[in-house]
Design a protein around this ligand. Structure first.
Ligand code: FAD
Length: 397
């Protein structure tokens, strides 16, 4: 069987016609940056004025992109995905916590996702963002090598403790866990945390995965250094490859503060870096006969990169369902990739955001703005949904 990402009957099999119609409207709005801006303004105003709009949000964007408000709420989506061999990665999407209480709450939720992963085969991996557990200002100071005050040192110690508790818990339950990549000015500290986590917990198998964002320049050589380092220090390297989600923020900041943007000069260069990284890692992984020395998660909605990885795996002699690679997409998007990959036996999972509705809203708007700015993404979603609605109408399904 070969991969066919145009097969909408597989892509949208779990979805009712009604839910597809809802998706169609949501992507129609997302395709228009003006409507997204208005929607954001109105939602924020409604929250400020305490106008009860939770129900409306729950039934629309939240339903499209999130599993639920809690781990328990998300179980029905997890089971539905799993019926089609698509895993779910529970992503506690509360952003911008600023105090100890918020960090503790985030830590508790992440631990809960690890426990669920241990007990549910439909949850193959866990994930977290360091900014949910440590103050962003501290991550910035540490990343830029600035001096820390006594208070900073105490908060930093607490943050590291929280992160270590999460990684140790994942390790004790054998649940692989990814550390998301964030803005470049926070990333040195995040990379160091991930390196330490891998040294501690990736001795026998890959538990901790760091993330590489290929929209930044020089990532292939960083990847090579990381792999060499893991061999020298005798641990297994785990990496999630993505293109990167903060391009506009990165470019704006570099202009404002007058330094050279770390972002690749063009989309073409980002795509090239991503594919070169995929090729390099798969070359290191090698054939099924070779001893496994690293773990790879390919986080992308890009069809060409996905097909490239699948064809290299085939050439290396891997059976689809045994290939040592996870493919991952975001819930509510690119089902044509996820469900067709899974239907062909590849290990596939969806990032499934969850959290209290009000707290997840900033995440949803970031996602909406990112979608609007990714040329072609929403158009592609819309055309696939229309194709499937038309197919169902023609076949009277
Ligand atoms: C499972 C999963 C996990 C993720 N985890 C993270 C994470 O930890 N950290 C993170 O930052 N992002 C993460 N993302 C988001 C990801 O980085 C991308 O923003 C998103 O997936 C879109 O890229 P793409 O590869 O899917 O496809 P495409 O649609 O082919 O690529 C769009 C991407 O290309 C890049 N790009 C677009 N235009 C230009 C340009 N002019 N110049 C240079 N580059 C350009 C940008 O990165 C843009 O997002 C994740 C995505 C997935 C699916």
């Amino acid at each position: 069987m070969s991969l066919n990402f145009r097969d909408t009957s597989i892509a949208f099999k779990p979805q009712s016609t009604r839910s597809l119609q809802r998706s169609k409207w949501i992507f129609f709005i997302l395709s228009n940056s003006y409507l997204v801006k208005i929607g954001k303004g109105l939602t924020m105003a409604a929250f400020k004025m305490r106008i009860p709009i939770n129900y409306l949000i729950l039934k629309t964007v939240f339903k499209q992109f999130c599993g639920g408000q809690t781990v328990t709420d998300s179980k029905s989506v997890i089971s539905r995905n799993w019926r089609y061999n698509v895993g779910s990665i529970l992503d506690y999407s509360v952003e911008g916590q600023i105090d100890e209480l918020g960090f503790e709450e985030t830590q508790k939720s992440i631990i809960e996702t690890i426990d669920l992963a241990k007990n549910h085969s439909g949850v193959p991996l866990a994930v977290f963002k360091v900014t949910g557990l440590v103050q962003t200002t501290l991550l910035f100071k540490v990343s830029s090598g600035m001096d820390l005050t006594t208070d900073d040192l105490r908060s930093w110690g607490k943050g590291l403790e929280r992160i270590n508790k999460i990684l140790a818990h994942a390790h004790s339950l054998d649940v692989p866990i990814m550390i998301d990549a964030e803005e470049s000015w926070l990333q040195n500290a995040i990379d160091d945390i991930a390196k330490r986590g891998m040294e501690l917990y990736n001795k026998k198998e890959v538990i901790v995965y760091n993330t590489i964002q290929c929209y930044k320049m020089g990532q292939l050589s960083i990847l090579k250094k990381n792999i060499d380092r893991s061999a020298k220090k005798d641990y297994l390297y785990g990496v999630k490859l993505v293109r990167g989600a903060y391009m506009e923020k990165e470019n704006t900041r570099s202009k404002e503060l007058n330094y050279e943007s770390p972002i690749q000069p063009s989309k073409y260069d980002t795509d090239k870096e991503f594919d070169e990284c995929v090729k390099y890692i798969l070359e290191v992984i090698g054939s099924p006969q070779k001893k496994k020395c690293l773990g790879l998660i390919i986080g992308t909605h890009n069809e060409e990169s996905t097909i490239l990885a699948a064809s290299i795996l085939k050439n290396l002699g891997w059976k689809n369902n045994e290939a040592p690679v996870w493919f991952a997409q975001l819930y509510g998007m690119s089902d044509n990739i996820s469900f067709n990959l899974a239907n062909n036996g590849y290990k596939t999972a969806k990032y499934l955001p969850f959290g209290p509705i009000k707290e997840v809203i900033p995440y949803l708007f970031r996602r909406a703005e990112e979608n609007t700015s990714i040329e072609g993404q929403t158009g592609r979603e819309l055309s696939l949904i229309n194709q499937e609605l038309h197919r169902r109408q023609t076949n009277k399904i």
